[in-house]
Write a protein that binds this ligand. Sequence first.
Ligand code: DON
Length: 307
Amino acid sequence: MDDLGDIVGSIAAQMSAEADRGRVADYIPALARVSPDHFGIAVVTADGTLHAAGDAQLPFSVQSVSKVFALTLALDRVGDDLWKRVGREPSGSAFNSIVQLESERGIPRNPFINAGAIVVSDALLAGQHAREAIGDLLRFVRFLADDDGVTIDSEVAHSEAGTGFRNFALANYMKAFGNLDNAVEEACKVYFHQCALTMSCCQLAMAGRFLMADGVHPGTGRPVITPERARRINALMLTCGHYDGSGEFAFRVGIPGKSGVGGGILAIVPGKASIAVWSPGLNERGNSKLGSLALEKLAERTGWSVF
Ligand code: DON
């Protein structure tokens, strides 16, 4: 394999030169202002080396990428009882779809579609106030990234809360089926702030290392989660991480990945690398157009795949 640093640099140069950059999410007003010209990539390998290029140090709104960390923390808090409230199946539908909730009696298909993530946010509350649960998650992600510079952009959170009618509808519908333990407003407040986690590609790749390392935090050498749970979260990222684009991502990239409408993608090569890419322009399924392409090229150039 060519030198990984050279590969990362050449991919960043290629992506920065791409003309068709996709469309920036505009349904969350605060995100609509972000330029589609940005591209960043960061790769942390198992030996701890960090390769970064482009806008890899620029912070961005991770949005649904945060669902990986929220799920990890919620499983640590409530254990496998969580799976009584949310499934593990790909939805095959858009990230904010409500359609399946009716036929499936308020149980979301998986923890990465919005409905599933709201149930996870509800589980994080566990009798606390939203502010406490949000603080717990922020401290957890800072711990995973080894970086107290990770923040939550409250302007983004409030911007989404002001226009998050579909998420409130999802939460109310699940509440009606008894699948929300807390007030709709509290669960959604945790969810909006979780999605407003603001990280650079370097910070995000560092935060994903435990999923590369069988659940162990490379900085401490101690387990964050069990190897089995790490494998299962990677499995969910592969099968559900890109919603109705998950099949295409698995076909073209072949490693677990979780996207966000801020244009970020966290991808994991178990045992080898934790990768973060960022390009704000999205494809028709709400996943980063050039982030997906960059990961496809990285997989081609390195031969990384779970298959
Ligand atoms: O709930 C929403 O619509 C956003 N806060 C997150 C959606 C998202 O990132 C979907 N991923 N591509």
